[in-house]
Design a protein around this ligand. Structure first.
Ligand SMILES: O=c1ccn([C@@H]2O[C@H](COP(=O)(O)OP(=O)(O)O[C@H]3O[C@H](CO)[C@@H](O)[C@H](O)[C@H]3O)[C@@H](O)[C@H]2O)c(=O)[nH]1
Ligand SMILES: [Mn+2]
Length: 766
C-alpha cells in the first residue's frame, strides 16, 4: 500500500560498490534508450553515481552468511540491502532491477500492475521467483517484516532472494519470464529463445560472471547467451566506448567506467602509474590488479573501492567507518530521495559523484549530505543526441532521440464524416439520356463519305467486271447480305460502274491492269497460270473440262441448260482457252443445280418493291431466268444428290469403269453440319447424298495417277468393294453449314429479323 500522496514511479537498482557500476550504468542507459518516461533511481551505499535519484541507503548485511557460501556468492553478503526498497515510500510504484540487467526496451507497463508485489520465475528453481526484477509498492509494513527476517538471517540462500521468497511466498504475482530472462552459459533452451526472442524486455546476467567482468571477447559466439551478452556490450559501446579519440566527444566518467570494465581502459599515455589507494583503515597501499591495469592519465582524486567480488566481500568488515552508513543521514531520509541530475542524463558526471578521500568522506558524513553539483567544466551536458549513425541496428532498438524514418513525408489527414443522419436516397433519379443510337439517315447521302485512308483516294479501277454487275448496279438489287444492317455494303464505290456509266465490257484479266502505271510493283508480276504456258498441262486440263462438260450436258441428272441457244457443240468449247479466267459464255454455262434463286428482300432504301425470287415476277426490270426453278419447287437435298450422282458417274467413267454406275457406291452422309440446312422456303425431306469415290488403281494416264498419288494419305478407298467396307468417314470437329466456313466462324442460321420499330424500341429500352 503506497503512502498517500506518493504519486511518482521509479526504476530502482542497487549499487553496493563500484564494481557493479558498469552494470548499473548500462542498465540505466538501456532503459533510457528504450524510451522510458519514468524516473531512474539507484540505491547506493557508496555515494556515487548518475541517476535521477541517488538514494543513500544503509547497508543491510547478513550476519549469518553460511547459506551464502553454499552458493559460493559471499559477495552477496550485503544483498539484504535490497530491503531498503520497501522503505522508499515516496514512490507510488517501484520497478526494481538488478544492476546486472540490460533492458531491450523500457517496460513501463510494469508500473500499471496493481498487485503490491510481482516477480518472475527463477531459472534455477522455477518454483521461486528471481529477485533481479521486482515490481513493488513500497510500504513500511513489508519493510519491517523483512528487516526482522534479515536481522535473524532468515534466508534459505543467505541473500535477498531466499529471504524475499520466504516472505512473499504466497503473495507474489508472477510476471512473464520475458521481463527477466536469465540466460545460462551452460543450458540454453534455444528453441524457446528463438520463439520468444522478439518479446524479450530485459535480460539478467545472473551468477558471478557479469559481462563487464568477462570482457568483450568472452562471448563472441552466436548462441542465445552470446547474443544477449552482445546486447549488453552494444549499450556499453554506445555510451562508453571510444572508437576514435579525436572525434569522440569527451564524456565525464567514461574513463572510470572503462576502467571498471575488463579490457576497456585505454590509457592516453603509455605511462604506468602506481595507484595509491588508502585501505579501509586509512593506510595507503599500492594495488595490483590481476585483470585490469590502472593507467589513468590523471588519477581521479577520489576514493573508491574497486575490488573483485570475492576480494570485496573478504575485506569488508563492520568497523570500516566508511561503510557504516546507517548513521549517514540525508536530508530526505527516510523516504525522500536526493534529486541529483535532471534531464541531462546520461551525461552527468560520474567522477563528480564519487567523493574524494576517505577523510573527506568521513567529514562529509557529518555534514548534510547533498548531491554535489558537477564541476563547471563537467557540467556541460553532452547534448549530442543519439543518432542513427551511432545505432547498431543488429543489437538495439532504434534510438529514441532521433527522428523517425520518413518523418518529413507530407501527410494528409482525412476525417470521418461527423454527420450522424442516415443516408436517404432521392425520390427519383433523373432519367437516363434517350435516343443514344445512331440515327440512320432517311435519304441516301449524295456525297460519298470523306476518305480516311490513302488507298481510298488512289484506288485503281477494277479490271474485271461481271456482266451481271452492270445490270445489278442499275437495278439496285439487294443481296441477302445487305439485309444484315449495312445499307451501303453494296453501295457503288468510285470505281464501280454506276448506273449512268457506259456499259463496261468484260476484260480478260490475264494481262496486267492497263490503268495502272507500270512502275507499280503490284502490276509487275504476271498473272498467268502454269497451264497457260505449259502445253501438256493445258492439254490435260482442256481434256478434263471437255469431258466433264459433255458428260454434264448429257447427264440424265442434269437440269436444263439455261441457255436459250440450246446445246453447245464441241467446236464451241474448243474456241475457249483453258485459262482459269476464261469464263464460259452464258450459253455455255450450266446452271449449277445447287444454285439457289436469290430471295428478294425489301429494299432498305425503300421504293424498290419486291425484286426477284418467289415474287420476282413483279419486278419488271429483271427477266425471269429460264430453267431456274422457283424457290418453292427447289429441293436442295435432291439437287445435291443429283449432282453427286452425276459427278460420280463422270469419274467412274473416266477411271475406266465404263459399265459402272454410281448406284453401287455406298451412301455417304452430307457434309457435316449441312444435314439440316434447307432452303428457307422449302420443307425438305432428309436424304443421303452420294459423293464421288475416285479409284486409284485405274488405267488412267500417268499424269492422273500422279495427281491422285498425292492423296495417298487420305482414307479413300481403292475399289468399290473397299469403299463398301469403309462406310464411316471421320467427322470434322465442328458443326457448320459447310466446308467454306471456318471452325468457329459465325454463320447465319436464320433470317435476320427486321430492326425493331421506333415504338418497339421505346418499349424495349424502357
Ligand atoms: O558486489 C556487488 C554485488 C551485488 N550488487 C548489487 O546486488 C545485485 C544482486 O547481485 P547479483 O550479482 O546481480 O546477483 P545474481 O547473480 O543476480 O544472483 C541472484 O541472487 C541474488 C541474491 O539472492 C539476488 O539478489 C539476485 O537478484 C539473483 O539474481 C546486483 O545486481 C547489484 O545491483 C552490487 O552492487 N555489488
Ligand atoms: Mn543480478
Amino acid at each position: 500500500m503506497a503512502v498517500p500522496g506518493a504519486e511518482e514511479d521509479v526504476y530502482l537498482t542497487l549499487l553496493l560498490n563500484d564494481t557493479y557500476l558498469p552494470g548499473a550504468l548500462v542498465l540505466a542507459h538501456s532503459l533510457r534508450d528504450g524510451g522510458t518516461t519514468k524516473k531512474l533511481g539507484v540505491m547506493v551505499i557508496l555515494d556515487s553515481t548518475i541517476y535521477d535519484y541517488v538514494i543513500p541507503v544503509p547497508r543491510i548485511r547478513n550476519e549469518f552468511p553460511a547459506n551464502l557460501s553454499l552458493m559460493n556468492r559471499s559477495d552477496l553478503q550485503s544483498a539484504f540491502t535490497k530491503i531498503n526498497l520497501w522503505k522508499q515510500t515516496s514512490f507510488r510504484k517501484i520497478v526494481y532491477i538488478d544492476a546486472d540487467v540490460v533492458a531491450y526496451r523500457a517496460p513501463d507497463e510494469l508500473f500499471d500492475i496493481a498487485q503490491p508485489f510481482s516477480a518472475t520465475p527463477d531459472i534455477g528453481w522455477p518454483d521461486i521467483f528471481n529477485t533481479g526484477v521486482m515490481v513493488l509498492t513500497p510500504n513500511m509494513g513489508d519493510y519491517y517484516a523483512l528487516m526482522a527476517m534479515a536481522e535473524r538471517g532468515i534466508s534459505f540462500d543467505g541473500a535477498d532472494q531466499g529471504l524475499l521468497n520466504m516472505h512473499f511466498k504466497n503473495a507474489c504475482n508472477r510476471l512473464s519470464f520475458t521481463y527477466n530472462v536469465t540466460p545460462s552459459g551452460h543450458y540454453q533452451y534455444i528453441p524457446a529463445y528463438r520463439h520468444f526472442q522478439s518479446s524479450i524486455s530485459m535480460v539478467h546476467f545472473i551468477g558471478p560472471n557479469k559481462p563487464w567482468f568477462q570482457g568483450r571477447y568472452a562471448s563472441t559466439g552466436n548462441s542465445p547467451y552470446d547474443e544477449m551478452v552482445g546486447r549488453w556490450w552494444a549499450v556499453y559501446d554506445r555510451h562508453y566506448r571510444v572508437m576514435s579519440p579525436s572525434i569522440t566527444p569527451s564524456k565525464p566518467g567514461r574513463e572510470l567506467v572503462q576502467y571498471l570494465t575488463k579490457g576497456e581502459y585505454q590509457p592516453r599515455r603509455p605511462q604506468t602509474i602506481q595507484v595509491q589507494h588508502t585501505n579501509t583503515t586509512g593506510e595507503p597501499y599500492s594495488e595490483h590488479r590481476h585483470d585490469r591495469s590502472l593507467h589513468f592519465e590523471q588519477l581521479p582524486s577520489f576514493h573508491f573501492h574497486h575490488k573483485q567480488p570475492e576480494q570485496y566481500a573478504a575485506e569488508h568488515h563492520d568497523n570500516d567507518p566508511y561503510h557504516h552508513q546507517q548513521q549517514h543521514h540525508v536530508e530526505s531520509q527516510p523516504g525522500g530521495p536526493v534529486q541529483q541530475s535532471g534531464p541531462e542524463f546520461p551525461s552527468a558526471s560520474l567522477s563528480s559523484t564519487i567523493k574524494g578521500t576517505q577523510a573527506e568522506a568521513r567529514k562529509e558524513q557529518e555534514q548534510h549530505h547533498r548531491a554535489q553539483p558537477p564541476p563547471p567544466e563537467q557540467k556541460k551536458p553532452e547534448s549530442r543526441p543519439v543518432t542513427f549513425s551511432d545505432w547498431d541496428a543488429q543489437r538495439h532498438a532504434p534510438p529514441t532521440g532521433a527522428k523517425p524514418e520518413a518523418a518529413n513525408l507530407p501527410a494528409t489527414v482525412y476525417e470521418m464524416s461527423q454527420d450522424p443522419t442516415p443516408f436517404v436516397p432521392p425520390v427519383r433519379y433523373p432519367s437516363p439520356p434517350k435516343d443514344m443510337w445512331f440515327e440512320v439517315p432517311k435519304e441516301r447521302p449524295t456525297e460519298k463519305p470523306k476518305s480516311i485512308f490513302p488507298w481510298e483516294t488512289h484506288r485503281p479501277r477494277p479490271s474485271r467486271v461481271f456482266a451481271d454487275d452492270s445490270s445489278r448496279a442499275g437495278l439496285n438489287i439487294e443481296t441477302p447480305s445487305t439485309a444484315t444492317g449495312e445499307p451501303w455494303a453494296n453501295a457503288p464505290s468510285e470505281t464501280q460502274p454506276s448506273a449512268e456509266s457506259s456499259v463496261i465490257e468484260p476484260v480478260t484479266p490475264t494481262t496486267p491492269a492497263v490503268h495502272v502505271t507500270s512502275s507499280d510493283p503490284w502490276t509487275s508480276f504476271t498473272r498467268t497460270n502454269a497451264w497457260d504456258e505449259v502445253p501438256e498441262i493445258e492439254r490435260y486440263v482442256g481434256a478434263m473440262q471437255k469431258h466433264r462438260r459433255s458428260k454434264s450436258l448429257k447427264s440424265p441428272g442434269s437440269i436444263g441448260m439455261p441457255s436459250p441457244g440450246g446445246a453447245v457443240n464441241e467446236s464451241e468449247w474448243r474456241q475457249h482457252g483453258t485459262k482459269l479466267t476464261d469464263f464460259p459464255s452464258e450459253a455455255e454455262r450450266p446452271s449449277l443445280p445447287v444454285t439457289p434463286a436469290p430471295i428478294r428482300r425489301p429494299k432498305f432504301w425503300g421504293g424498290g418493291g419486291p425484286g426477284i425470287g418467289d415474287d420476282g415476277d413483279e419486278d419488271p426490270l429483271l427477266p425471269h431466268a429460264e430453267g431456274v426453278p422457283r424457290q418453292t419447287e427447289w429441293d436442295p437435298v435432291a439437287q445435291l444428290q443429283k449432282l453427286a450422282k452425276q459427278q460420280s458417274e463422270v469419274l467412274l467413267q473416266k477411271l475406266g469403269g465404263g459399265a459402272r454406275d454410281s448406284s453401287d457406291l455406298p451412301p455417304r452422309p452430307l457434309p457435316y453440319g449441312s444435314e439440316e440446312l434447307t432452303s428457307p422456303t422449302y420443307v425438305a425431306q432428309s436424304a443421303k447424298v452420294l459423293s464421288p469415290q475416285p479409284r486409284r488403281n485405274s488405267t488412267s494416264s500417268g499424269l492422273m495417277r500422279g495427281i491422285l498419288s498425292g492423296d495417298e494419305s487420305t482414307p479413300q478407298s481403292t475399289t468399290t468393294a473397299d469403299t463398301a467396307k469403309s462406310t464411316t468417314i471421320a467427322e470434322p470437329s465442328y458443326t457448320g453449314p459447310g466446308a467454306t466456313f471456318e471452325k468457329g466462324e459465325g454463320y447465319m442460321q436464320q433470317e435476320t429479323p427486321l430492326p425493331p420499330s421506333e415504338e418497339q424500341r421505346d418499349v424495349l429500352d424502357s
